[in-house]
Ligand binder design. Structure first.
Ligand SMILES: O=C(O)CCC(=O)C(=O)O
Ligand SMILES: [Fe+2]
Length: 382
């Protein structure tokens, strides 16, 4: 066989990905990724040693299988259980439950119930309660100790499991998205050499046609201090705008891209389980249970406003990103503790991890990510 010539020109078909990369330059948003990728030593995490404790939940250590390749996601009819819920939450929050609102608008802490033993009526109430409070931290849960199959069966009540295109997952459970930084990981020593902070506001996988709704994140191992997660209430962010500006945003759509996330994964030797997609969503979406309107753009995945010129689109998106990021009076900070399960509504919140712990301690969490309805908007009402 004749070896390929080093100077021969190869003509490659333009894939959808390449074409979209040209059409959608980053604008004011940039995909930011601090995931640790597959460069950790599994044995070391399993066994510990040298003063390091073994991982508490080795069944949740991440794997990446380059052979996993999935077809494009198809539309499914989402059933929103929150609509069925008793608004006084008798099954979720029976008397004696300790309930602490963390701020007036955003975030609640609950102690004294087990999510894992909720009836269906309790799960319906969970969906509604989380939609109202935006993010709820349930303390002292047994959830992380359930067999993974059982945890997934539970989460599947809330919608079809999203399989992430690039993230690590426990072996044989691609529906679990893992956040994992191994003990001794070096990134935190250099992260701030090139950035001023680790804050990267986003809602999850908004490039999908049906992004997630009621979403679960539970702690497996956490640093002694630091590694908190911040949440922003994007319904309240919408409410803070003047009626004139709210009205201006209604009817607009923005482009959300999954291309950069996949490219980033491939660049660091990671996987691409499903070809990236690009979708347009309304900038103001309506929540199917509460009827609230919320801003639905984020710098990680939103690229441009449909039909606007670049400068116009960049200026408005930058204003919205800044507005959401600076609004500390509609943010809440969740501190992780052993047994904590945080449930948020991805339709009406954004979040960011804080990578601020200093000494190479392990941080390990698992996410269950049920998809919801395709975002829709209802008419502006002053
Ligand atoms: O690590 C965290 O605190 C949050 C990570 C994250 O963005 C997610 O799980 O969706
Ligand atoms: Fe996230």
């Amino acid at each position: 066989m004749v070896p390929p010539s080093a100077i021969e020109t190869i003509t490659e078909p333009v894939t959808q990905t390449n074409a979209y990369l040209r059409l959608h330059p980053a604008g004011t948003g940039n995909y930011t990724d601090f995931s640790s990728g597959n460069n950790y030593k599994r044995e070391k995490e399993e066994q510990g040693g040298d003063g390091v404790k073994p991982a508490s939940y080795p069944n949740y250590l991440p794997t990446w299988d380059p052979k996993q390749k999935y077809p494009p996601l198809e539309h499914f009819e989402h059933y929103e259980h929150g609509k069925e819920a008793d608004p006084s939450f008798p099954n979720l929050l029976p008397s004696g439950t300790r309930i602490t609102d963390l701020t007036p608008t955003t975030g609640t802490e609950v102690d004294g119930i087990q999510l894992s033993s909720l009836s269906d009526a309790g799960k319906d109430e969970l969906a509604r309660f989380v939609a109202e409070r935006k993010v709820v931290a349930f303390r002292n849960q047994d959830f992380a100790g359930l067999p993974i199959d059982q945890a997934l069966e539970y989460g599947g009540y809330f919608g079809r499991h999203h399989v992430h295109p690039t993230s690590g997952s426990p072996a044989d459970h691609p529906e679990i998205h893992l956040v994992h930084r191994a003990a001794g990981d070096e990134l935190l020593n250099t992260l701030l050499d090139t950035r001023t902070s680790s804050v990267a506001w986003h809602s999850d996988v908004t490039y999908e046609q049906q992004p997630p709704g009621t979403t679960f994140l539970y702690i497996l191992d956490s640093p002694d201090t630091g590694g908190d997660t911040l949440f922003a209430n994007t319904a309240e962010a919408y409410n803070r705008l003047s009626p004139g500006f709210q009205e201006r945003l209604h009817g607009l759509k923005a482009v959300h891209s999954g291309v950069e996330q996949v490219n980033n994964s491939l660049k660091r030797g990671g996987v691409n389980r499903r070809d990236p997609v690009i979708n347009e969503h309304p900038i103001v979406r309506t929540h199917p249970v509460t009827g609230e309107k919320a801003l639905f753009v984020n710098p990680n995945f939103t690229r441009e406003i449909v039909g606007y010129k670049k400068e116009e689109s960049d200026a408005i998106l930058k204003f919205l990103y800044d507005h959401i990021a600076y609004g500390a009076d509609f943010h809440v900070r969740i501190k992780w503790a052993k047994g904590t399960v945080v449930v948020w509504d991805n339709r009406v919140t954004q979040h960011t991890a804080l990578l601020d712990w200093k000494n190479g301690q392990r941080r390990h969490l698992a996410r269950i990510t049920p998809q919801a309805e395709r975002p829709y908007e209802t008419p502006f009402r002053a």
